[in-house]
Every structure is written in C-alpha cells, then in structure tokens.
Design a protein around this ligand. Structure first.
Ligand code: CA
Ligand code: CA
Length: 221
C-alpha cells in the first residue's frame, strides 16, 4: 500500500515540471529591450539590430517603439512594441530551442499602426530550421486601431504547432498593401510555451484518482 502511494507520488513528481512554470521559449517576447527613448523609435534593418533585442530582421526594416508620440495608446504589455513596417515593409524572426514531437502554443497581441487608415496585414510562420518544413502558417489582419487612448484595440492571436526538430524559427512578415512607414501591423507580447500532452494530463489525473481510491479503501478497511 505505502509502496504504491510512493510510486504514485514519484510519477506525479516527474510530471509536474512539465505543467508548472510555463516559461516563454522566446527571449524579449515583449520587445522591452533595449529601452527606447520615449518619442524616438529605433528603426533598423538586418545587421543593425541593437544589443539585447534578441530578434533578427530578415527583410526590409522595422521600428522598435515606445508610446507617445509614435503610438498614443499603450502597448499590449509593458511600454514597447514593434511595428512590422519600419520605413517600409519588414520581417522579423527569432530561432529557439524545441523538443522533437513536443506541441507548443504560440500567442501574441497585434494592432495596426493608428497613424494610417486602411487594412494592415502580416504573415506568421513557424518552420523547422533543419528541414525548413512549415509547422504553422497563418495570417493576421487589422484595421480598426485608432490613436485615441486608452483604446489600443489589441487582438490576441493563439495557435499551436508541433516541433519536428531541436531548433525552430518564428517569423513575422509584413504583407500590408501599404509599403509606407505607418502601414504596418504592431506586434507585442509574443510567447511560445510547451503544451502539456493529453497523455500527461491523463496520467496525472489517473495518479490522483489512484491516490484517492487507495485512501478511500484504507479508510473503509
Ligand atoms: Ca511590450
Ligand atoms: Ca513605422
């Protein structure tokens, strides 16, 4: 009896680390680093990324911006966000370590640059770095953000993908019809987190159930 309880606890202990402390696999997902002087957004292209930014520009250029006067409303998280249209359309990526076969959730907030009307769009893709296989391909579209604080009109994106290797790339690409400085999608608070596998949840549940049944039987004995 005691042994089986100990085994159940041991199983639970090995499972718990997968379900707690859901750390972001990305660095600087909220674009809070480096700190930008208020009112002076940083604009850069590939090779010009500032220290601490952690993301890379693939094509064109992007803006790293804080509030006022670039954006009057607040970023979704913290005080900074990126604009996928720097002076023109740009794209941005980050590579991160993954576990083969592990499912991950991808979330981020997006809005459109309020300084220009019309529809802003962007592609979001996740690829396996070794095989270049596509793990997720999606698009976002936004047209209603206004520069009327405090409504930033951020929309939350949520998707999932399953890693097929140990190194994976997340890429945002501006696809806005407008190639102007204010025609882009704004992105903030990007997270990639492992999703607990259904089998893990089932095992955890059966482990707890087993403990309960054993306790009930012992009380009846
Ligand atoms: Ca932020
Ligand atoms: Ca811009």
């Amino acid at each position: 009896m005691k042994v089986s309880i100990l085994v159940s606890l041991a199983v639970l202990a090995t499972l718990l680390p997968h379900n707690v402390g859901r750390a972001n696999e990305l660095l600087n997902g909220s674009f809070e680093s480096p700190v930008v002087t208020p009112g002076s957004p940083l604009n850069f292209s590939a090779g010009g990324e500032p220290a601490g930014f952690e993301w890379k520009v693939a094509t064109g250029n992007i803006d790293l911006a804080g509030p006022n006067p670039f954006i009057l409303f607040a970023p979704y998280d913290g005080v900074q966000a990126v604009d996928l249209n720097g002076n023109s359309r740009g794209s941005l990526y980050q590579d991160f370590a993954t576990v083969l076969g592990q499912q991950y959730s991808l979330t981020f907030a997006y809005a459109d640059n309020p300084l220009e009307g019309g529809v802003s769009t962007a592609d979001v893709t996740v690829t396996d770095l070794l095989s270049s296989g596509t793990l997720l391909a999606d698009g976002v579209s936004h047209s209603t953000s206004t520069n009327s604080p405090p409504n930033g009109d951020w929309i939350l994106y949520s998707g999932t993908f399953t890693a097929t290797g140990t190194s994976t790339r997340l890429l945002f690409t501006s696809t806005s019809a407008s190639d102007s400085a204010s025609g882009g999608i704004l992105v903030d608070d990007v997270t990639v987190q492992p999703v607990p596998e259904p089998s893990t949840v089932a095992l955890l549940g059966s482990g707890l159930l087993g403990l309960g049944v054993r306790g009930w039987r012992r009380r009846r004995a």
